[in-house]
Design a protein around this ligand. Structure first.
Ligand code: HEC
Ligand code: HEC
Length: 190
């Protein structure tokens, strides 16, 4: 009985979403986001995805479950969707953005932080500017279990000597969660 009401609620929700125009119901854009939206809005609002960051293994289970419930997707599509969800709606990666970040609004909290704290003035993804590129940083520390904590501390306090004699300024305005988010993100840019 509970289960039937759950489905009815979902179908009514989907009908309401249709009536309101579904444009508002979007996922973070990235590789696979459109496929995921198209497949997953067939039965319910994308809110189900947004409010539930899961580990990669849990997303894999969820996708098998959704397929059994009738989501039309083949193995290749499922693999793309899994990569997408495990990247953008993951519970394994950086901790959720802090409320002050969210208050700044916007879909991509990391980009907001990079812009707000001028990181992008000195770093780019793949070219050395004043500081090393995020990619070369990620490659240097790949497989280094302690790197996330050390880089977080360095983003917070600044420093020099790891890449040359040009110092990186400290960022006392960043919360602990924010520096962790940034350090975790940098280390993924391999
Ligand atoms: C054929 C219909 C259908 C499609 C398509 C569908 N789902 Fe679902 N989904 C359901 C139903 C039904 C439930 C509610 C299950 C319940 O109440 O236990 C649900 C619930 C969920 C939940 C909440 C799970 C929970 O345990 O609370 C998530 C997350 C989810 N779906 C993700 C997805 C994703 C990701 C996709 C796209 C790959 C998708 N769904 C596509 C039918 C569907
Ligand atoms: C004024 C220029 C400047 C700004 C702004 C800046 N950086 Fe840097 N960053 C550098 C320089 C220079 C280095 C190399 C320091 C060194 O050699 O130890 C560096 C190094 C780093 C490193 C690698 C540290 C290591 O020990 O290998 C990370 C990670 C990093 N920056 C992230 C950031 C983030 C995130 C921001 C924004 C919050 C930021 N940087 C803002 C100049 C800058």
């Amino acid at each position: 009985m509970r289960f039937r009401r759950g489905i009815l609620g979902i179908l009514l929700g989907a009908a309401a979403a249709l009536a309101n125009g579904q444009e508002a119901d979007k996922l973070i854009s990235g590789p696979g986001s459109t496929l995921t939206e198209n497949k997953c809005k067939i039965c319910h609002e994308l809110q189900h995805i947004r409010r539930t960051p899961l580990s990669r293994g849990e997303w894999a289970d969820n996708l098998r479950n959704m397929k059994e419930r009738g989501t039309p997707m083949d193995e290749a599509e499922m693999a793309v969707i899994l990569d997408y969800l495990a990247t953008y709606y993951s519970r394994d990666l950086a901790p959720p953005p802090s409320p002050d970040t969210l208050a700044a609004g916007g879909a991509d909290p990391v980009q907001k932080l990079l812009d707000a704290h001028a990181c992008s003035g000195c770093h780019t993804l793949d070219k050395r500017v004043v500081g090393p590129s995020f990619r070369e940083i990620a490659r240097r520390y790949a497989g280094d279990a302690g790197a996330a904590a050390r880089l977080a501390a360095k983003v917070r306090s600044g420093g020099q000597g790891a890449w040359g004699q040009v110092p990186m300024p400290p960022n006392p305005g960043l919360s602990e969660n924010e520096v962790k988010t940034l350090a975790g993100w940098v280390l993924e840019q391999k």
